[in-house]
Design a protein around this ligand. Sequence first.
Ligand SMILES: Nc1ncnc2c1ncn2[C@@H]1O[C@H](COP(=O)(O)OP(=O)(O)O)[C@@H](O)[C@H]1O
Ligand SMILES: Cc1ncc(COP(=O)(O)O)c(N)n1
Length: 566
Amino acid sequence: MTVRARHDSSAGHDPALPATPTTPTPAGAGTPPTPPGPSRPRVLAIAGSDPSGGAGIQADLKSVAAAGGYGMAALTALTAQNTRGVRSVHVPPPGFLRAQLDAVADDVTIDAVKIGMLASAPVAEVVGSWLDDLPRGATTARPALVLDPVMVATSGDRLLDPAAERAVRDLLGRVDVVTPNLPELAVLAAEPPAADWPAALDQARRLAARHGVLVVAKGGHLPTAAVGASGAVDVGRPDGGAPDALVGPDGVLLELVGRRVPTTSTHGTGCSLAAGLATRFARTGDWARALRDTKEWLTAAIGAGEALRVGGGHGPVDHLVGLHPQTPASAVAPPAPVPVPDAAVGPAADVVDRWWQDAAPVRAAIDDLPFVRTLGDGTLDADAFREYLEQDALYLREYARCLARASELAPTRAEQAFWAGGAHGALVTELDLHTRWLGGEPQDVPESPTTRAYLEHLREAGGDYPTLVAAVLPCYWVYQDVGERLAARGDAGHPYAAWLGTYADDAFAEATRQAVEILRRVAAEADDATRERMAAAFRRACEHELAFFDQTGAAAGAGTAGTLVG
Ligand SMILES: Nc1ncnc2c1ncn2[C@@H]1O[C@H](COP(=O)(O)OP(=O)(O)O)[C@@H](O)[C@H]1O
Ligand SMILES: Cc1ncc(COP(=O)(O)O)c(N)n1
């Protein structure tokens, strides 16, 4: 269906927190960037090269792309490294870095800058003076600036000359946000390393106050016992959590519990977080929201890292997680061992991929609908658009009940919470449709026969959990699939640009990924008869998606979907 503003997912999200606050830009950083920014921010990474592709500039570019930005890169240093360690580092003359930076800035409007490995004091100084020279003034928004103060690689190798630590500290007053891991936080604060998470938050606050900067404190390096001892994270979690926090001069602005993924695929996580944060901030103008969304994406990317099968040390994360959901696990070479019940291994595990592939003609037909084509090219009739939104609001209200029913039937607490979050997200989105797009309270619009038929299908499926999960899934999956292509069309000047921008929602992409994972688990554990019922419910719901997109005046005369749903 239509935009899902916030299907909350449990990963990286503290349900105890209030709604995302709009965080201020710190005082020490000059003219604040004008929020909200462009839908495809132009983001410059100033960092070192990692030829194995997991960290440095390579990670930054993938991370920027995954967050929907246009990535650019100025190289500070070349490393010879892989997932096991850094073999050597070559630092080109700092003047050449300045030439790269000037070449970009002279031509391109830069919406955000992410600074990573600086290697030496002269390199850090060049970056500092270039930042000082950036135009700023009442009419010139300067880019958002994020500094990842890279000092030591995940492998333990030094990436910053110790004599350069001071030069990196000198940059703190010039940027908006700094993202140190715990050892880096201690070096920047010129204090001993924090023993636990509360001490780290205190140290981050002192650093923020001293330099007028926002600090993202990262708990990736916390030993599990120290996490548990803090009381600030969910000590009941078997995984111990991977907390991060956004800290300002007056204290913690946002704390994210985070799920700790049991993996060695953490090469480049710091680079990826900072680049994703800069990109998402450039789009939304909200640091807290940008951090929350980046963390959700990164947790998923870390979880998918091992399946890439890159290297024998600390492997990379999968920055493009979710972009190729159709790729069967079996196509990525022998499947990596994963802790799932036996039933999920073998043909049963692939069954969901087959359902998705079987729905390919329906998905192609959706792309080809007059409504979707004209929405994409901007020629969609405004009345047809409104008609669609009205039906969508009616649909979402009832869809929320179906998700609540799935929550009621769910066999585990995690799945119960996931569907309850989905029900909440659907209602929030329904409200948003009225307040933002339909101009106020719901009018007395009747449910169309198409909407009614789809909802009846979902209600009928609500007799048992597996069938219901299969029936509600296409609303996530098909919408996410179509939405991704539509979001890419929404450049400035497009009459529906604001609407198309709503499709680029990382939180919804992550919720879809989790919903598909649940479907896989349920299908893998189902007996043959149940699995057949699931397949039929899934197929039918895909057809209803097609009919739903095709029901407005935009489709007049086209007569496509009605033939599929009877
Ligand atoms: N095993 C893990 N599971 C989930 N998130 C992790 C894990 N390891 C690191 N992270 C996250 O990756 C990001 C980078 O963390 P960290 O390892 O502390 O920094 P760095 O990569 O700069 O050393 C943080 O958001 C952190 O919470
Ligand atoms: C060129 C370069 N830059 C940064 C890192 C740090 O990586 P991590 O994000 O794992 O700390 C790295 N290993 N190489």
